[in-house]
Design a protein around this ligand. Structure first.
Ligand SMILES: Nc1ncnc2c1ncn2[C@@H]1O[C@H](COP(=O)(O)OP(=O)(O)O)[C@@H](O)[C@H]1O
Ligand SMILES: [Mg+2]
Length: 444
């Protein structure tokens, strides 16, 4: 049964009640790779007061060897039992904030980066809500892309071999306090989606990490491998992470305006305009791997062209149709991110782009309700429709000159992230791929 705790005293009470012996401290490196170390419950009092020291120099993008002392301070509101580790003595987990030995927040901590960006919103008294749709594949193992089924979109029965896997995954997510709305087979064979109910951005970033860890854990328990690799199979749809977003003031959705023809407020429109204008420079964070760009190609539902619409799913930004009485569901869907992004950084840069639109009162271009994929280049040019970066190196070049990105990430994460991506691109660029061998060796 999931916990909804607030204070450290709540945590101590739950530890007694569930006979918990170990607490796993969860956090991520700058690329969103989950990291964890386990502490004894007897150490928890100290961990809550001063934090737990650890060597940050081995964490990607964290500290150099000469400034490696880091402190992990657990966040009691994230306490949950780990369902697959409940034996005689229980095991629980808490996300933590990374601090410097002097207690100041650590600039390199992705969770702190998101908190900083959310603090900018609080000045306006707004709350940023996020609903991401993470898609993933199940394969026989992590050595290849042997599929479990030949199912397609919303397929059922034998064509959906993984429905037991999805069921167990949803039950485990439920037990860890992650609200699931629904789940289904996706377009590609062996591809699935489990939809989460939207939450405030920090809670949702934590839940995205829990989601990825649980999906992989349950797949392993069933003897399979789950992956959030953006494009594992050439010629099939890739895995995306559409990010639905809205801004509320208290219980009022600030993106909604009943009198507007799109039912969008001025701020809602400016937020979309900010996403469109800054999409090229934030793409390196939303699509951070070389493989991410094998998905962002025409013909597979993944967006390539920078424009918006309401019904049209070929555009980068979509505003789902307004349903009377459903004002609170007014939202903006940004469709290019993939589930291999670091959710803390991805939500930070999306918010920064949207807020730039509001703060600078950007004008919203006309929506494109036609299928953008089937337009000619000339037609797109005439409509001022540009493309997202077509490769990681293009995205790096756009990102490294971005003032908005440097401000959103902070100098430490910005520099380390860019350095890590340049190395990744170089390694890829120097690699002689199977495709080259197959196409060039017989010919040249
Ligand atoms: N006001 C809102 N702000 C942010 N996300 C929202 C809001 N209302 C609904 N959502 C979320 O939007 C997502 C919609 O997902 P889904 O129905 O799969 O969309 P799609 O039509 O793109 O397939 C869900 O995660 C839902 O919780
Ligand atoms: Mg969607």
């Amino acid at each position: 049964m999931s916990q909804h705790l607030k204070t450290k005293d709540d945590v101590f009470a739950a530890i007694d009640k569930h006979n918990v012996r170990f607490v796993r401290i969860w956090f991520t490196d700058i690329l969103g790779v989950p990291k964890s170390f386990s502490i004894n419950t007897s150490e928890l009092e100290g961990a809550f007061d001063e934090g737990m020291g650890f060597d940050g120099s081995s964490i990607k993008g964290f500290a150099r060897i000469d400034e490696s002392d880091m402190v992990a301070k657990p966040d009691p509101t994230t306490f949950q039992l780990i369902p697959w580790r409940q034996q005689e003595k229980g095991v629980a987990r808490m996300f933590c904030d990374i601090l410097q030995p002097d207690g100041k927040p650590y600039e390199g901590d992705p969770r702190y980066v998101l908190k900083k960006n959310l603090a900018r919103l609080n000045e306006k008294g707004y709350t940023f809500y996020v609903g991401p749709e993470l898609e993933f594949f199940y394969f026989k193992n992590d050595q290849g892309t042997e599929i479990l089924d030949k199912g397609g979109y919303f397929d059922l029965t034998t064509l959906d071999a993984a429905s037991d896997l999805r069921r167990d995954t949803i039950l485990t997510l439920d037990a860890m306090g992650v609200d699931v709305e629904y789940s289904h087979h996706e377009v590609a064979p062996s591809q699935h989606e489990i939809d989460l109910r939207y939450k405030d951005a920090l809670t949702m970033a934590d839940q995205c990490m829990t989601y990825k860890i649980v999906v992989k854990e349950v797949a392993t328990q069933h003897g399979y491998h789950a992956t959030f690799m953006p494009k594992p199979i050439y010629g099939q749809n890739g895995s995306g992470m559409h990010v639905h977003q809205s801004l509320f003031k208290g219980s009022k959705n600030m993106m909604f305006d009943a009198s507007d023809s799109y039912h969008l407020s001025e701020e809602g429109k400016q937020y979309i305009a900010g996403l469109l204008k800054h999409a090229p420079e934030i793409t390196a964070v939303c699509n951070q791997w070389v493989n991410s760009y094998k998905r962002l190609v025409p013909g597979y539902e993944a967006p390539v062209y920078i424009c918006w619409a309401r019904r049209n799913r070929s555009t980068l930004v979509r505003v789902p149709m307004y349903k009377p009485g459903k004002e609170n569901a007014t939202r903006v869907e940004f469709r290019s991110p993939d589930p291999a992004a670091n959710p803390y950084l991805c939500f930070s840069v999306l918010l920064a782009a949207g807020l730039a639109g509001i703060n600078n009162k950007y004008d919203l271009p006309t929506p494109i309700e036609k299928d953008v994929y089937h337009m000619s280049d000339a037609e797109r040019d005439k409509l001022g429709i540009y493309s997202l970066p077509g490769s990681l190196v293009e995205a790096i070049h756009l990102a490294e000159n971005s003032k908005l990105l440097r401000e959103a990430l902070g100098d430490h994460v910005f520099e380390n992230f860019m350095a890590s991506k340049r190395i990744e691109w170089d390694n890829y660029r120097m690699n002689v791929s199977e495709w080259e061998i197959k196409n060039y060796l017989p010919l040249l």
